[in-house]
Design a protein around this ligand. Structure first.
Ligand code: NDP
Length: 464
């Protein structure tokens, strides 16, 4: 289905573009690997556009786009339950505000470092551009691990984190939201601290609980949005819809569980989910209420799922296929990686193709490795890349900003309808862009080109 547009570009110029990307990398900095992986994919996608229109070169757009406006790094000192002092590192990468205030989540996870946040911030610029809404790109977080911490410890950490972060954010400057490890609880504590320090009650964070300024549907938005996007993509590509189809999903956090919820609502059969310790396969369809109880209420591992469902199987990480992930070894019509980056490898992509999978939609950020993506693009599968497919979360965050600015609250139905419109618009825009640039069916190139064009044109118009 996906043609390879790169073949149309002069081979010499493409080689020069590749060399250029390589030259930007500091080989001693392993942390930057994911950032360069994301950048390489984008730069190779946009090469034909960049090379065919001199305006981008004249304005040094690539060099300017891949360099964050600023990276803020700070110490976070907090007290644990034993009154002992703990120290973590906090970050905010304010990447690009050509289209609006910096916007992107905060991630609290031990793996967080500057490279990961640069990768996520860079992807966020193009994702936010695709929504058509006035939001720039940013990302932040900390190597703090909320797992196993008491509410008091999470509050203590969030207060300390905000004591630094508040200096750099504001409703028209930078509006963080949640991401891995940052849900409504963390956003609540962060918002409370911001309010105390600044004595202002304003929409400086999104993903707030509804009862103090959040938008209805924000928790559901990313997961639901992935499914809306997939349905439209299947329609545009002349494939059968998801009704009655077996689907596999990885993850069991906010994105995964809401994708599962929407799949049930449209009559599909989601049969897997996973966490960092293992995978559940339940051929009759996963028990969503039990998953919510285990992951949202008890914050525990999935292992105990099988205590209540004898027909289900639990596969611990130690028993995963070599170089792969158990979730993707099960036959399915559509696959939804919704856990974390690089969780779908070339081994997994081959297993999915072999088992007759028709579509892959990325709910997580960059869940497919570069090799997996390249393999999938050469196959007959429909492939929805993260920056287009999971843009529903940030889109509803922007709707939350609108509601806060107007001091208004919209109904669930109104936000859901707007989300659906936005996802359908992103999907048709991406598909049309791919067609316009001679790569019909290649949603990776379509998304990269459409997102890049919107940001680059704004950067050029705004000057330096
Ligand atoms: P959560 O923290 O709610 O959930 C993350 C889930 O992924 C957890 O179930 C976690 O398991 C699991 N996980 C983490 N690492 C691995 C791993 N190595 N293998 C398998 N499972 C793993 O995060 P979200 O659902 O919010 O985010 C998931 C992805 O979606 C991330 O890539 C995020 O950047 C992206 N995203 C999120 C948006 C949102 O609105 N929340 C918006 C757009 C993108 P465990 O419980 O064991 O930790």
């Amino acid at each position: 289905m996906a043609n390879n547009k790169l073949a149309q570009v002069d081979a010499k110029e493409l080689a020069a573009a590749r060399e250029y990307i390589k030259s930007l990398k500091n080989p001693n900095c392993k942390e930057d690997d994911v950032f360069f992986q994301a950048m390489e994919e984008v730069l190779l996608s946009i090469a034909p556009l960049y090379l065919s229109d001199p305006v981008y070169k004249e304005n040094a757009i690539v060099r300017r786009l891949i360099t964050p406006d600023r990276i803020i790094k700070f110490k976070v000192e907090w007290l644990d339950r034993n009154n002992e002092m703990q120290v973590n590192t906090g970050y905010r990468v304010q990447f690009n505000n050509a289209l609006g205030p910096y916007k992107g989540g905060l991630r609290f996870h031990p793996s967080v470092n500057e490279g990961i946040l640069k990768f996520l911030g860079f992807e966020q610029i193009l994702k936010n551009a695709l929504t058509g809404l006035p939001i720039g790109g940013g990302k932040g977080g900390s190597d703090f691990d909320p797992k196993g911490k008491t509410d008091f410890e999470v509050m203590s950490f969030c207060s300390a984190f905000m004591k630094e972060l508040h200096k750099y954010i504001g409703p028209r400057i930078d509006v963080p939201a949640g991401d891995i490890g940052v849900g409504a609880r963390e956003i609540g504590y962060l918002f409370g601290e911001y309010k105390k320090i600044t004595s202002t009650y304003e929409g400086v964070l999104t993903g707030k609980p509804f009862f103090f300024g959040g938008s209805l549907m924000r928790p559901e938005a990313t997961g639901y949005g992935v499914i809306y996007f997939t349905e439209k993509m299947l329609e545009l590509e002349g494939r059968e819809d998801l009704k009655g189809k077996v689907c596999t999903i990885s993850g069991s956090g906010n994105v995964a569980l809401h994708a599962i919820e929407k799949l049930y609502q449209i009559g599909a059969v989601p049969v897997t989910c996973s966490d960092s310790k293992g995978t559940i396969y339940d051929p009759r369809g996963v028990d969503l209420a039990l998953l919510k109880e285990l992951k949202f209420e008890k914050r525990t591992s999935l292992e105990s799922y099988v205590d209540q469902h004898a027909e289900a199987v639990y596969i611990p990480v130690s028993e995963y296929p070599k170089g792969g992930h158990a979730v993707w070894s099960y036959p399915c019509y559509a696959a939804f990686p919704c856990a974390t980056q690089n969780e779908l490898t070339e081994v997994d992509a081959k297993a999915l193709v072999k088992n007759g999978c028709v579509s892959i939609s990325e709910g997580a950020n960059m869940p497919s490795t570069l090799e997996a993506t390249q393999y999938i693009l050469k196959s007959d599968l429909c492939f929805a890349p993260a920056k287009a497919a999971n843009a529903g979360g940030v889109a509803v965050s922007a709707l939350e900003m609108s509601q806060n600015a107007q001091m208004m609250r919209w109904s669930f139905e109104k936000v859901d309808a707007k989300l659906k419109d936005i996802m359908i618009h992103i999907c048709t825009n991406v598909a049309q862009t791919a067609e316009d640039y001679g790569v019909k069916g290649n949603y990776v190139d379509g998304a990269n080109i459409a997102g890049f064009k919107r940001v680059a044109d704004a950067m050029i118009a705004e000057g330096i």
